[in-house]
Design a protein around this ligand. Structure first.
Ligand code: PGA
Length: 230
């Protein structure tokens, strides 16, 4: 199973590294991955989790900290309630920062301070976004504020009830931040990701398909159920 194989790569890092630095993603796609990661986290890995630093790619802006729709809540309910990573080693942008620009600087500093991740999990948007780096004329290197595209807000609406609208802004790692890791594990399941995958790995780079910049990374592993897509 693809999600299990991806989770096994993370487990391998937990077994080998003294101080694992892991990057996580949210969304529909990795739900099974987290189930598998928790299942594979046997008691001999307790210390490894205690020594882990964990980063998330992005977070909505404008949701109160106790909102069930934050990516923070997504991560706690799927992973952090099951594995003993100390709270101070969990890094997710604040969803209701008093100064969003300052929050971006703080997060970028944390990334630099902790150092290069051993692995970064990624999904891909139908429009080719990674993290919340949306198609645009320009892309940013470091953590920044983004206006979410209508397409992305529509795509993510399934995670919100009818009376709660998807926020229009988010904080995301930039392309440079995402690439600053030893290995990228990209999960892309279902026909709706086929076009984005094809554009991402077609051989040209374009800011209109942010995932195409993954071609510049030397160690990207794509887990996909698409045939002949790349
Ligand atoms: P999805 O999102 O897993 O909900 O399809 C992936 C992404 O937008 O990165």
């Amino acid at each position: 199973m693809l999600s299990r194989s991806a989770a096994e790569l993370f487990i391998k890092i937990l077994k080998v590294e003294k101080r694992p630095i892991l990057g996580f993603a949210t969304g529909e796609t990795p739900k099974l991955f987290y189930e598998q990661l928790v299942m594979l986290s046997t008691p001999d890995l307790l210390n490894a989790w205690k020594n882990t630093e964990a980063f998330n790619l992005d977070e909505y802006i404008g949701l109160p900290p106790d909102s069930p729709y934050t990516f923070r809540n997504y991560m706690y309910s799927r992973l952090y309630r099951y594995v003993p990573i100390p709270e101070k080693q969990i890094h997710i942008p604040n969803s209701s920062p008093s100064d969003p620009e300052l929050e971006c600087i703080r997060f970028t500093e944390q990334l630099k301070f902790v150092g290069k991740r051993h692995v970064q999990l990624l999904g891909i948007g139908r429009n080719g976004h990674i993290g919340f780096n949306e198609p645009s004329h320009t892309l940013r290197l470091h953590t920044h504020i983004v206006q979410l595209s209508e397409e992305t807000r529509k795509q993510n609406a399934a995670a919100f009830p009818d009376n709660v609208s998807v926020p229009s802004e988010a904080i995301t790692m930039g392309i440079g931040d995402i690439m600053d890791c030893d290995m990228i594990v990209l999960l892309a399941f279902g026909p709706s990701k086929r076009l984005a995958l094809t554009r991402a790995f077609s051989g040209t780079l374009s800011t209109e398909c942010p995932a195409s910049f993954l071609q510049l990374h030397r160690n990207v592993i794509v887990f996909t159920d698409q045939e002949n897509v790349i």
